[in-house]
Design a protein around this ligand. Structure first.
Ligand SMILES: [Fe+2]
Length: 280
């Protein structure tokens, strides 16, 4: 049995609020099945007014798959390594003014890894007084709207992915790559993929990690990656999430790209818990 939850659309393109769910309590199987069914069609879901600790967030993640520790070791939650902090507050209590700029280029998480995440979750603990949103682009709608010639070209292409080696990654980070606990090889993914539940085609190219295509010269590939990113991030495909404390937001890591809006005052605190879930 599936118990369909009540929904409220948040954005014209995507973004869907799920009503009447308390994630601090264990969800019964029917309720969870209802959420999972909705998520297959609506790749950004928001649950308002939640109050979860790291273990509870990880437990919600475990209903979908396997939450994994984040690559950046310094942000891992001390009690629960599958949950990490997304914060601009240093251990000393000082605010990192660069925090506002972090992850502000469009990307899909971890496409430079050999296994792709299913979804990610953020839980807002402290938010700036205004702005500081997260933006999501619907890569299914972006694919559907591509001209046929582009669809044909992309159907035969395999993307090359690195950590920050795409055009937007280079522009944002340059040589500052951050400390991780492993080295990455170049990873290949088809430029178009299918959603495993809905079967919809998804444009799977992102300007942070995709830095080329097999058999294509860089001079050709980079403008194509930039063109596809510009196409996919038109307002008609994008949802800007305005955070409230207590929001738990989950997004489909295959069907969307995202970025920090980078638009809040850099001296204001912004603290979230995050977990990234992989298929079992
Ligand atoms: Fe991200």
């Amino acid at each position: 049995m599936t118990r369909a939850p009540q929904l409220r659309p948040l954005g014209a393109a995507l973004g869907t609020e799920v009503l009447g769910i308390d994630l601090a309590k264990p969800l019964d199987a029917d309720t969870f099945a209802g959420i999972a069914a909705v998520f297959a069609e609506h790749p950004v879901l928001v649950f308002r007014d939640q109050s979860l600790g790291a273990p509870e967030l990880a437990a919600f993640g475990r209903r979908f798959g396997t939450p994994r520790p984040h690559a950046l070791t310094k942000y891992r939650h001390i009690d629960c390594p599958e949950v990490s902090w997304l914060t601009n507050v240093e251990e000393t209590g000082q605010i990192d003014w660069y925090g506002v700029k972090r992850a502000t280029a469009w990307h899909t998480d971890s496409t430079f890894e050999d296994a792709l995440p299913l979804l990610a979750m953020l839980h807002a603990k402290e938010v700036p007084s205004e702005k500081g949103g997260t933006m999501f682009a619907d890569m299914r709608a972006a694919w559907d709207a591509l001209p046929d010639a582009r669809k044909q070209l992309l159907s035969g292409l395999t993307g090359l992915h690195g950590r920050t080696s795409g055009p937007a990654g280079e522009r944002l980070y340059g040589d500052d790559k951050g400390a991780t606990d492993k080295k990455y090889e170049e990873v290949k993914w088809p430029a178009v993929t299918r959603h495993p539940v809905s079967g919809r085609s998804i444009l799977f190219v992102n300007p942070m990690h995709t830095h080329g295509f097999v058999g294509m010269k860089r001079e050709e590939a980079w403008p194509l990656i930039d063109e596809l990113a510009a196409h996919a991030t038109q307002e008609r495909f994008v949802y800007y999430h305005r955070w409230r404390v207590g929001d738990v937001l989950i997004w489909d890591e295959r069907a969307t790209m995202h970025r920090g809006a980078g638009d809040y005052r850099p001296d204001e605190r912004r603290i979230m818990l995050r977990t990234i879930v992989y298929p079992n």
